[in-house]
Each structure stands twice: as C-alpha cells, then as structure tokens.
Design a protein around this ligand. Structure first.
Ligand SMILES: C[S@@+](CC[C@H](N)C(=O)[O-])C[C@H]1O[C@@H](n2cnc3c(N)ncnc32)[C@H](O)[C@@H]1O
Length: 312
C-alpha cells in the first residue's frame, strides 16, 4: 500500500478509536457504573488505563522533580565530572587550516538508486559534512547535480541541511563548474594509482550506493568526459579481506586523514572499519594480495555519526 493510503487508513483507525474513547467516557459520566458495564471489554480496559494514567500524573511530576534535583546536586558536588560530561557531548572544533583541495560528491546517479539506497547515501553525505567540519584541514566540499530523490530525503529527514556551512551545494554538474583539466575522478576501476594529492585539483567521488550493480560506471564516466581518473593506493598499503570498493564517506574521510597525517597507511588505518580486516603490507608489497570482492556498500558505520559531529 502506498504511504498516502497507509496514512489515511491510520487516520481512520485513530478517529475510530478516539470516537470509541469519547463515547465510553461520555457513557460513564452520564450513567456511571451501570453504563460502564455495558462497555466492551476493550473499552473498559482502555478506560481503566486512562484513569490510572491520570491518577499517577502527580507521582510522575514528583519523580521528575526528584531526578532534576539529584542531577543538580551531583553537578554541585562534582563539578569536574559534570564539566567533562558536558565537553564530551559538545566536542570542540579543532583549530583548522582549510585546504584548497576540492572534494566533490557527484550526485548525478540519483536515478540509478532506490530510495533506500538514496537514504544511505544521504547518511554518508551527512558523515562527510560532519567530518569535514571538524577536520584539521577541511576541504572545499561540493555536492554537485544535487536534486531529485536525494534532495527529497534531505528535506524530509534533515531539514537543517539548508543551514549547512562551508559546503557548496549545486544543482549543476561538476563539469559545468570546474575546469576539465583540474578534475580527477576517484574510482576503484582506474588503472592509475593515486600517489599524492594536488591542492589545485578537484577530486570527484561517485555519489552512489549500488551494491556493485553498476560496476565501473564512474570509470566509464571519467573516460567519456576525458578527465583524469585514479584509484586510492589501497593495495600498496593495506591488505584487506574484502573489496577495494569503498563507501563515499570512507573515501572522503581517507582524503581528510591523508591531508592531516601525510601518510596513506595511517589514513587507511584511521578510517577503514576493522571488519574490513585491513592489514599493513610490507613496503615492498610482499603481502599485497589483491582480492577484489564486491560486497555491498558500507553504510553501517555511517548511522550514528552523521551531522552530529562525533566519530566512530
Ligand atoms: C560505493 S562506490 C560506487 C561504486 C560504483 N560502482 C562505481 O563505479 O564507482 C562510491 C564511490 O567511492 C569512490 N571509491 C570507492 N572505492 C574507491 C577506491 N578504491 N579508489 C578510489 N575511489 C573509490 C568512487 O568515486 C565511487 O564511485
């Protein structure tokens, strides 16, 4: 059933229940106990529950007051701990020196995704945003070709996105915004391996959660447009027990970590989830055993830390 249908059915059910409630209360107030007996078992149960809830109102209020008082006392007796808890909740932003490097999430694949995957992409973008905001060297963050399902998801699930700072959200395609010779498409299918980052370039990440159903699509796009392309130097630094195809936020965070640490190895180890089984390879590549498994796009570690600025 579609959403509208479900909603209206719920509304009808709700109305029905409300009517049932109203009539049962009215029935009781008019004729007291006698009428009450004529109520259905379900209505009587509801009525009793409602009465109990009303009776306990004061008790609940009292308990709330006590808890508040307890917290106040705790803060007074142990200000240090309270301060720590406070600063943990609100992690300060670090002193930032912005990088001139542009990092673009190309959202032109919207039509290829089901809404559930668009929602995953949305979470990954929230994570990118949060990580960039607290990065030591935040990049010039772009979302290009933004619209359709992604915009719908953002409007529905996170209205605050319209107030996001330090981000360029564009409906245009990146090729209409940036010079062709400055563009580098990051794609695991490229035969080129990224060695350094060039601050003058714009690196593009495919805004796609496709469980590898569209293998090679970004590589093809880069070739069609005649722009540079490169894969991250994963196999030179880590041996992974899963695929080389990473989620958008992982690629984004690896770039941020590389800008901070100046080492790919450190960047990979900081960002890649343990379950990928990242193991360092000897610098002569002795352990390098490339095994390109194509598991589904990681989204699980984007769930908690979206735009709230923490890190998992
Ligand atoms: C989930 S992947 C999308 C995979 C998609 N089938 C494709 O052809 O790109 C999301 C994006 O992260 C980037 N990416 C993922 N793994 C990468 C790697 N090993 N090297 C460079 N970029 C990578 C690419 O830009 C990719 O489009």
């Amino acid at each position: 059933m579609d959403e509208e249908g479900t909603k209206s059915e719920c509304a009808v059910l709700q109305e029905g229940e409300n009517e049932e409630n109203k009539s049962s209360v009215q029935a009781e107030s008019r004729n007291g106990e006698t009428e009450n007996q004529s109520l259905s078992k379900r209505q009587r149960k509801k009525l009793l529950k409602q009465q109990k809830w009303e009776e306990e109102r004061e008790l609940r209020k009292q308990k709330r007051k006590e808890r508040k008082q307890q917290r106040r006392e705790q803060r007074q007796n142990n200000p240090e701990e309270a301060g720590e808890a406070q600063s943990f909740r609100k992690r300060p932003r670090r002193e930032a020196t912005p990088s001139s490097l542009r990092l673009v999430v190309d959202c032109s694949f919207d039509d290829l995704m089901l809404i559930k995957d668009v929602r995953k992409l949305h979470k990954q973008i929230q994570r990118c945003y949060a990580e960039n905001r607290r990065a030591v060297h935040p990049v010039q963050f772009y979302l290009t070709s933004m619209g359709k399902q992604l915009k719908q998801s953002m409007d529905e699930k996170d209205k605050g996105w319209v107030n996001w700072k330090d981000i360029n959200i564009k409906t245009e395609h990146y090729s209409d915004l940036m010079k062709k010779e400055e563009l580098v498409y990051l794609t695991s299918d490229s035969p080129n391996v990224l060695e350094e980052l060039d601050q003058k370039k714009a690196y593009i990440i495919g805004g796609l959660v496709d469980h590898n159903h569209h293998k090679g699509i970004t590589f093809e796009r880069a070739k069609e447009l005649g722009i540079e392309h490169a894969q991250l130097p994963l196999s030179s630094f880590v041996k992974m027990n899963s695929r080389k195809v990473l989620a958008v936020n992982h690629v984004f965070e690896i770039i941020l970590a590389y800008l901070e640490k100046g080492s790919w190895q450190e960047a990979f180890f900081t960002v890649l989830p343990q379950r990928k089984g990242a193991v360092a390879v000897d610098q002569d590549g002795a352990n390098t055993q490339e095994k390109e498994e194509e598991d589904s796009d990681s989204d699980s570690d984007t769930t908690e830390q979206t735009a709230k600025e923490p890190k998992s």
